[in-house]
Design a protein around this ligand. Structure first.
Ligand SMILES: [Zn+2]
Ligand SMILES: [Zn+2]
Length: 385
């Protein structure tokens, strides 16, 4: 057999320099991307810094004449400001959690998947890998949820974020305003960030209103402070409107124990799609995010329940196999609260449940929702089929 021709020295060196320049270009591109991703955060920080100067220096110190009003406004303002900054900081810098090592495929399984083109064999390997994992959700076609990029079996409510290029536990969405994925590790912080930023804006609107009216009735001295007072009111009112709708939406999601992704595309369980599959009732849903101890609810300190890999579901109590899992004991008996829950038997064997056969029914509404989820450009997760 003829030996393969060795590349000449010049070919090797030009190949090396080519790959070096490609690496340099991709390095520059990555750095540019990194800078661009921080632009929305810098924008919020600039607005926040200016609002601090406008409110504290121009409104409170230079315009307010009543000492009592000045002191009360400054104390209350700083309280909202600190809580806003604290929750914002925690949302930005809390690293999203990734699936633990039990969900990763073994080296041998990875090799097998790479070698084997047949999808039936892939499913066999994945079924075997998922056998002892607390996984109850499936893809739309009933297969085990698997991430090609991270080479792992996806835990329930976990999705691959195309911006972070990682699988994120209980992924809600990738938020450009915090340059981070909002998921299991920082969802409480994100909610508090929305709540405190809304309170901050509403407080500014309420205390700036009388000076804003004076601006239009020529009741303010003719200094630059009056322009700060006017723009401060406009900016705070504008942000209040957008924040209140976003905060209201997330309050609804928490009350239903849904993530933004699940609101667009209902999770598929072993027996079918169930948009309320993770809902345990209002009080328990609240505790899933905020924890059991009420004294920590308003502080950006991590108190969410669970490990992010498995979640109590309304299915669990009816399924003897699942009731023995760590998630099982948390499950509430929720049948009376959920009349739409599929009345399908829930004690079929695991092997039957993992088949590709579509053994469930989907309502037209769910199908419509799924289409919506897949076509929504705001969602950065992968599409599962
Ligand atoms: Zn992934
Ligand atoms: Zn992300």
């Amino acid at each position: 057999m003829a030996a393969p021709a060795l590349p000449t020295t010049s070919a090797v060196s030009s190949g090396n320099s080519g790959s070096r320049s490609r690496t340099r270009v991709s390095g520059v591109r990555r750095r540019c991307q990194w800078l661009i991703y921080w632009v929305p955060v810098l924008f919020i920080c600039s607005i926040l810094s200016w609002s601090y100067y406008a409110y504290v220096a121009q409104l409170c110190l230079l315009t307010m004449t009543n000492i009592g009003e000045k002191v009360v406004c400054l104390i209350a303002y700083h309280l909202f400001f600190i809580m806003f900054l604290w929750s914002y900081w925690k949302t930005i810098f809390t690293l999203p959690m990734n699936p633990s090592k039990e969900f990763h495929l073994s080296y041998a399984d990875k090799e097998l998947l790479e070698r084997e083109p047949r999808s039936e064999i892939h499913q066999e390997v994945l079924k075997r890998a998922a056998k002892d994992l607390p996984i109850y959700t499936r893809t739309m076609s009933g297969a085990i949820r698997y991430c090609d990029r991270c080479q792992l079996v996806k835990p329930d409510r976990c999705h691959h974020c195309s911006v972070c290029d990682k699988c994120i536990l209980k992924m809600d969405h990738h938020c450009p305003w915090v340059n981070n994925c909002v998921g299991f590790s920082n969802y409480k912080f994100f909610l508090l960030f929305l709540a405190y930023s809304l309170l901050y804006c509403l407080f500014i609107v309420a205390t700036d209103l009388q000076y804003f009216i004076k601006f239009w009735t020529n009741g303010l001295p003719d200094t630059q402070a009056k322009f700060h007072i006017m723009f401060l009111f406009f900016a705070a009112a504008m942000f209040s409107v957008s924040l209140s709708s976003l905060f209201g939406y997330h309050c609804w999601l928490v009350s239903k124990n849904k993530s933004t992704l699940e609101a667009f595309r209902a999770p598929v369980f072993r027996h079918g799609t169930d948009k309320n599959g993770f809902s345990l009732g209002f009080s328990k849903n609240l505790r899933q995010v905020f924890g059991d101890e009420k004294k920590y609810w308003l502080l950006p300190i991590f108190t969410s329940l669970g490990d992010g890999c498995s979640f109590p579901t309304c299915l669990v109590n009816q399924d003897l196999e699942q009731a023995s899992t760590p998630a099982g004991h948390c499950a509430a008996n929720k049948n009376e609260n959920n009349p739409h829950f599929p009345a399908k038997p829930l004690r079929d064997s695991q092997s039957h449940l993992l088949t590709d056969t579509q053994s469930w029914t989907e309502t037209n509404a769910n199908i419509e929702k799924n289409k919506l989820g897949m076509s929504n450009p705001a969602l950065t997760m992968e599409n599962e089929t």
